[in-house]
Design a protein around this ligand. Structure first.
Ligand SMILES: NC(=O)c1ccc[n+]([C@@H]2O[C@H](COP(=O)([O-])OP(=O)(O)OC[C@H]3O[C@@H](n4cnc5c(N)ncnc54)[C@H](O)[C@@H]3O)[C@@H](O)[C@H]2O)c1
Length: 252
């Protein structure tokens, strides 16, 4: 078991990638703490993990609220006082198809708050705990769009910001035996896309994307979860400040 004895906090745990990550972490022996606004999803996932013999608990947290994030970490400090792993997965593009001359300040603020600011605040709180332990594994969620993407202006800026922040944090925390790395997936097959785009548009997007990727398919959540597991485990003890593209070779 690669995470035996470790405690891992996962934000966005009730979503497609978060769920796969929580399940594989629990299967590998971690005690997982799920954080998400989707409390029903967290509750169901928690029950599923316990049914499989794992250890899990959950917190209903809006990661855009600094107050709620601080309260979550205050609870963690009170409960066990220890956090080995943080994976910041909560996020998503709130403004996917704006024209370049239609960017609004409101959407910039909302996309940066959900994707970038929340990650920075969670990492700050985790760093406070992990520095005193002289141990930590932080895995952030960027995206392949950190390189830039047509029509995804504030989201790409946020994910690019996460990549730069991840490297900066790695430079500061290495001395405390804390590694910080980012995941950068290309298109992942998660239920939310089918729901928002409809089956027909989703199928067309999958066909078009897969045809451009050397591996000729899009990612499944488990592809991303396995990469998160690697970076969170001691197999990656000497890897820090990296942006790991999980993309089937999409942009070589
Ligand atoms: N699916 C993809 O193609 C893809 C590709 C690259 C990166 N990503 C990133 O992966 C992460 C997970 O995305 P997903 O594909 O699993 O989507 P998802 O919508 O299934 O999961 C996102 C989760 O975050 C939660 N969430 C949203 N806002 C929140 C908030 N304010 N506070 C707490 N939780 C909140 C949602 O409830 C949901 O459970 C996101 O950061 C996304 O940007 C996804």
């Amino acid at each position: 078991m690669r995470l035996h004895g470790k405690t891992a906090l996962i934000t966005g745990a009730a979503g497609g990638i978060g769920r796969a990550t929580a399940l594989i972490f629990a299967d590998e022996g971690a005690e997982v703490i799920l954080a998400d606004t989707d409390t029903a999803g967290c509750d169901a996932l928690c029950a599923e993990i316990r049914d499989r013999g794992g250890r899990a608990s959950w917190f209903g947290v809006d990661v855009t609220s600094e107050e709620m994030v601080s309260a979550l970490f205050a609870s963690l400090r009170e409960q066990s006082g220890r956090l080995d792993i943080l994976v910041t997965i909560a996020g998503g593009d709130l403004d996917p198809f704006s024209p370049a001359d239609g960017i609004s300040s409101d959407m910039i603020d909302r996309n940066l708050a959900l994707n970038l600011r929340s990650c920075m605040i969670c990492c700050r709180e985790a760093a406070r705990l992990m520095k005193s332990q002289e141990y930590g594994r932080i895995v952030t969620m960027s995206s392949l769009v950190y390189r830039g993407a047509q029509g995804q202006f504030s989201y790409a800026a946020a994910k690019g910001g996460i990549a730069a922040f991840t490297r900066s944090l790695a430079m500061s925390l290495g001395t405390f035996n804390i590694t910080v790395n980012a995941l950068a997936p290309s298109l992942v097959d998660v239920p939310v896309f089918r729901k928002t785009l409809g089956q027909e548009r989703w199928d067309a997007l999958v066909r078009e994307s897969a045809s451009r990727y050397p591996l000729k398919r899009i990612a499944h959540p488990i592809d991303v979860a396995r990469a998160a597991l690697f970076l969170a485990s001691d197999d990656a003890a000497f890897i820090t400040g990296q942006i790991l593209e999980i993309s089937g070779g999409a942009r070589l």
